[in-house]
Write a protein that binds this ligand. Structure first.
Ligand code: ATP
Ligand code: MG
Length: 478
């Protein structure tokens, strides 16, 4: 019953969306490619199977089913059993076609979020701007989204600003609408694990094989709808070694300012993905080439233009990339502490010059740099606390006498602070000897450690004498 009702709704939407698709989707593909792909498959004819998409069979795409996550398979199976359509979509299909291991699996379906939620016992509805369902299997989470329709539809829960930016996107539609709403052709491929077929609505398969990242539709409109797509273009092209197609690339530099309107928390999430992609260095270089770095993170504007700052950030990003590519984790706090370090040093200097003592000046500088940063790109609080600890430890590494080095070794963030110190030494900011001293000190045993201590040159702390209460005969005693 519900199924029939849904079919009616989706079918009528489907007919509408096909008309919409043929009016609006004018991918700027090379004509010969389209002719070749469509001749055999009569692309986008409403009366054809596969919703009019090009259908790529297992014989051609050769995706190894064993590389799919069990959780994703169980999710599509559950939805199919309940009578819905369900596909693995987006980055996972793209990555598999590129012979890469997908980071995560997303599923798209014609079931509404509530219906998905009812089918899977361990699932939860999430999101407001973009409502979807997380389905949980063990420690794996599959993100299930309902096919999106056009935000231009009068009815439905969508909101667009004057500049064309979509700030809420909860209008449901057909698979054809959904494909049209995705960002790049390579991301608009729908893999059905049951039939092992890939549905391709925008010639993404050909683009992937040609190593091209192409935006779907008119680039200017798509970037205005969501400026983050410009960052995604840079990130995905750097990560996957895909070339941004000329028309998709052309408007980026002149539309870069639109990023200023994106909520700082969303920018943070996107930049974090970029920095933790394993290709941070290549992404940052590309961001600069596309003029997308201005205002995003102050250090990308200023610091990269100073030799020492550039060296420091390059080392930090290279280290992060190495760790990620070796399958290790990278700590976002450490990364952002590195990216903002030279900003921090400059602010610290200002406060010291203004007469503040070392540590109060440092604390003022830390708060100031983080607050300024938050206006553009809001680093989550859970990271800023650790960043401050890493920064706050740095002056303590320069004290190598008395009990202080022993106390520093017991600091819960010692390891991060020490790695940070090594980065400062490697960049030329501090003598390498200091880093080597700490390496040796941490590895030495008790007695050897004591022998390593330097003579205490720090001014002795003056004990405050308890002030005597003025007594009646004080003047006599003096
Ligand atoms: P990654 O490998 O980083 O996960 P991804 O392409 O899978 O890359 P996700 O953020 O997981 O990125 O998004 C999943 C899919 O959702 C994308 O492949 C794309 O089809 C669609 N998508 C994501 N963000 C946007 C956007 N801003 N505009 C349009 N479609 C988007
Ligand atoms: Mg993904």
């Amino acid at each position: 019953m519900i199924k029939k009702l849904l079919d009616r709704i989706f079918k009528s939407k489907y007919a509408k969306s096909l008309a919409h698709a043929s009016n609006t989707a004018k991918p700027n593909h090379k004509p010969h490619q389209r002719a070749k792909l469509t001749a055999k498959n009569t692309h986008k004819q409403p009366d054809l199977p596969h919703h009019g998409a090009l259908c790529i069979t297992h014989k051609s795409h050769k995706i190894d089913r064993n590389l799919l996550s069990n959780a994703a398979l169980k999710t599509t199976e559950g939805l199919h059993k309940a009578g819905f359509e369900a596909y693995i979509v987006g980055g996972a299909v793209r990555d598999l076609l590129l012979n890469r291991t997908p980071k995560d699996f997303d599923v798209a379906t014609n079931a509404t979020p509530e219906q998905v939620n009812r089918i899977f016992r361990r699932s939860r509805l999430i999101g407001k701007r973009f409502r979807l369902v997380h389905v949980l299997f063990g420690d794996e989470t599959i993100e299930v989204s309902t096919f999106r329709g056009s935000h231009l539809e009068a009815e439905g829960d969508a909101k667009v600003t004057d500049s064309g930016r979509i700030i809420r996107d909860n209008v449901f539609g057909s698979i054809v609408d959904d494909a049209l709403r995705r960002d790049f052709t390579a991301n608009a491929l729908y893999y059905n694990p049951a039939s092992q077929e890939v549905l391709d609505f925008h010639d993404g398969y050909a683009d992937i094989k040609a190593g091209i990242l192409r935006i779907i539709g008119k680039p200017e409109t798509r970037y205005a709808e969501d400026p983050v797509r410009m960052l995604r273009a840079v990130r995905l092209s750097a990560k996957l070694d895909l070339k941004i197609e000329a028309h998709s690339e052309a408007p980026i530099a002149k539309m870069a300012d639109l990023l200023a309107d994106v909520p700082p928390s969303r920018l943070f999430d996107e930049m974090l993905k970029l920095f933790l992609s394993g290709h941070a260095m290549a992404s940052v270089t590309a961001l600069r080439a596309q003029h997308l770095h201005h205002g995003l993170l102050p250090m990308l504007d200023v610091v990269l233009e100073q030799a020492m700052g550039e060296r420091f950030i390059t080392l930090a990003l290279e280290n992060t990339d190495e760790r990620i590519l070796a399958g290790k984790s990278a700590n976002p706090s450490f990364l952002f502490a590195s990216l903002l370090w030279h900003e921090m040093l400059a602010a610290w200097e200002v406060h010291k010059k203004a007469g503040q003592h070392l540590m109060p000046a440092l604390h003022l500088a830390m708060s100031e740099v983080i607050a300024t940063q938050a206006e553009k790109l809001a680093i989550h609080n859970r990271y800023t606390a650790t960043m401050k600890e890493i920064w706050g430890m740095q002056p303590r590494f320069e004290q190598r006498a008395g009990k202080r080095p022993f106390a520093l070794l017991t600091h819960p963030r010692y390891r991060a602070g020490y790695d940070f110190l090594l980065l400062r030494c490697a960049s030329g900011e501090l003598p390498m000897e200091l880093g080597d001293w700490w390496t040796a000190f941490a590895n030495a045993d008790g007695e050897a450690r004591s022998a390593m201590l330097l003579a205490d040159s720090a001014p002795k702390k003056r004990r405050r004498r308890a002030r005597k209460k003025p007594t009646a005969n004080a003047s006599v005693a003096d």
